[in-house]
Design a protein around this ligand. Structure first.
Ligand code: NDP
Length: 334
């Protein structure tokens, strides 16, 4: 049977904590031409996300990535050849078939979409799960009121940056922390976020006390660790913590930082709420329509860091843990 060739990135070995370049390998595999009921899809952009680390590491998980196979994550592709009546060549599709150039599908895992005047990769970022996570956490869980003070960590990242802008949209004062002067400058000039470089301040707690002597009402936590400890110190009585992610735990040995001041949650009657976007997908349509409208009205901006070439996907992924992305980290496949 005639076939074409696709390059894929496979997980070669399981890291203990954070993978290195050597844990991945690039391989060429034959991909058959579609038969009746099938389509051939070419990936255009892949999303690399912090959560993928957990599926790569040694500890067995129900959804661990298999060794010797490409890893599944969000991607945008275009139909190259179709033997299905509902899809034609040139259609754009969303799927969870990343870390590869081409794949054959029976259509069941594909979500056809219209870019609707926005770049196709936007559906992996601000219009995709990153934007949805920010929307869900900040608006549905956090429910910020006008004039409240909101602190966001990893504020120049995909989720963090949208979370900052949503809080601004609700009339809040927003403080963001980020790991470089370039990110801080970007936050200040794009949306009026009062940002600081957490790697340069004497302490995060000191920076928060200096910026918000009256305390903060909401902390949107993307990183955990020292940021969370500092925020607990700065939160007002009845403050809220929105626990989105704990990327900083991989810094040391892969374990979460032990919190030394959780007693403050009792003393200040704080509410700490963990949330996962995947539990609330019934709100995705509502999010899509709200976010689309805010983008059209110029109320939400976004940025991306695009790494070119499938072969560079491991570096793009590892770059998330080195803070190399401003906005959503993406891989352009070709
Ligand atoms: P980002 O675009 O924010 O990229 C990760 C950023 O984290 C880096 O750019 C870096 O920014 C920062 N970072 C990395 N290591 C550290 C560290 N040790 N301490 C402090 N900051 C660090 O990624 P996402 O927007 O995709 O994800 C943000 C968070 O949201 C993650 O924790 C992720 O797991 C979580 N998440 C949760 C979801 C949910 O449903 N709850 C869904 C999606 C994501 P800097 O230069 O500022 O250090």
């Amino acid at each position: 049977m005639p076939h074409t060739v696709s390059r894929e990135i496979h997980l070669k070995s399981r890291p203990r904590f954070l993978p290195s370049r050597e844990d991945f390998e690039i391989v060429e595999v034959p991909v058959p031409r579609p038969e009746n009921g099938q389509v051939l899809v070419r990936n255009l952009f892949l999303s690399v996300d912090p959560y993928m680390r957990g599926q790569m590491v040694e500890q067995a998980r129900a959804n661990s990535f298999a060794l010797g196979k490409p890893m599944d994550g969000a991607c945008v592709g275009t139909v190259v050849e179709s033997k299905r009546p509902d899809l034609k060549a040139g259609d754009y599709v969303l799927a969870e078939k990343s870390w590869r150039e081409l794949y054959l599908s029976d259509g069941s895992e594909l979500k056809k979409f219209e870019p609707d005047g926005l770049p196709v990769q936007t559906w992996l970022g601000v219009m995709g799960i990153s934007g949805f996570t920010a929307y869900l956490g900040m608006l549905e869980v956090g429910k910020p009121h006008s004039r409240e003070t909101v602190f966001v960590s990893a504020a120049a990242g995909a989720v963090g940056n949208t979370a900052c802008q949503l809080a601004k949209l609700k009339g809040c004062r927003v403080i963001g922390s980020a790991g470089s002067d370039e990110k801080v400058e970007w936050l200040r000039t794009h949306g009026g976020i009062e940002a600081f470089n957490y790697k340069k301040v004497e302490s995060i707690e000191g920076a928060l006390k200096h910026l918000c002597p009256g305390g903060i009402d909401i902390y949107f936590d993307n990183v955990g660790g020292p940021h969370l400890e500092a925020a607990l110190e700065s939160l007002k009585t009845f403050g809220r913590v929105l626990l989105c992610g704990m990327i900083s735990k991989t810094e040391a040995d892969g374990r979460p930082f032990p919190l030394t001041n959780l007693n403050l949650a009792v003393r200040k009657r704080l509410t700490l709420t963990g949330f996962r976007a995947s539990d609330h997908l019934h709100l995705f349509e509502q999010f899509s329509s709200d976010m689309r409208r805010w983008i059209e009205e110029g109320k939400i901006a976004w940025t991306e860091t695009i790494v070119d070439g499938l072969e560079n996907a491991p570096d793009a992924f590892l770059g998330l843990f080195r803070g190399e992305n401003l906005g959503k980290m993406l891989v352009r496949v070709e």
